[in-house]
Write a protein that binds this ligand. Sequence first.
Ligand SMILES: Nc1ccn([C@@H]2O[C@@H]3COP(=O)(O)O[C@H]3[C@H]2O)c(=O)n1
Ligand SMILES: [Zn+2]
Ligand SMILES: [Zn+2]
Length: 245
Amino acid sequence: MTVSLQMLGTGDAFAKNYYNNNGLLLSRDYTLLIDCGTTAPLAMEKLGRSFADVNAVLITHIHDDHAGGLPELSRLMRTKFGRKMILLVADTLVEPLWESFQKNSSSAAHNPSSLEDAFEVRLLKPGFPYQLSTEITLELIRTPHIRGKDSYSLLLGGEIFYSADMIFQPELLLKLVRKQAIRQIFHDCQLKGPGEVHTTLSELLSLPEDVRKVIRLMHYGDQKPEFEGKTAEMTFLEQHVIYAL
Ligand SMILES: Nc1ccn([C@@H]2O[C@@H]3COP(=O)(O)O[C@H]3[C@H]2O)c(=O)n1
Ligand SMILES: [Zn+2]
Ligand SMILES: [Zn+2]
């Protein structure tokens, strides 16, 4: 696939030096925004990009660094472009997403009455591949993050794994690389402290070399510079750089 990835940001929820961990999957005829956190509209502007060129936004789970920018996105689409953005989301996330949307809405001038009023909602069923365009196929894989809250990682083109925020899943990562021939893994990475709801760098370092080799780290904190050179074969994904997949 001639697809590339440009992260609007690679920071965790508390990072000040990095925007929220949201990505643009770019191909010749289709652009997908993966997550739309609070900082996504600002990061798009910083990159000189327009939401008018984005075909759809996909939400992995309901946290503000992944979905907090949706009210602004919806308002921008309506006021600047006179239409709704397509929203791809797992059916189980619709209700909590609408609650989060209402909580984050600050504009009195733009008050949609439902998620469907704000977006062109397309429901995705986890575990099924969806062909979004000639070059982009995507499947949601349910992965653990916060107890009792659904969260979905992505399988892209059957050969790339993009983690939502997730608790360390070594068996899944081993299976993806050794049984499913996954070529690249983009993984959230908590650099310091116990993971609890995220995967830590120490946990990722405990993986065998053949798995580490295909991992790029994202969703990290401001301490990232002190960890350069301390991630074995794994490399940091840098925000705003375009990576061919
Ligand atoms: N002390 C903390 C720890 C965590 N959090 C929230 O939990 C979320 C975990 O997933 P995330 O997407 O990294 O965003 C975190 C904060 O919103 C928080 O708000 N305060
Ligand atoms: Zn997050
Ligand atoms: Zn999260």
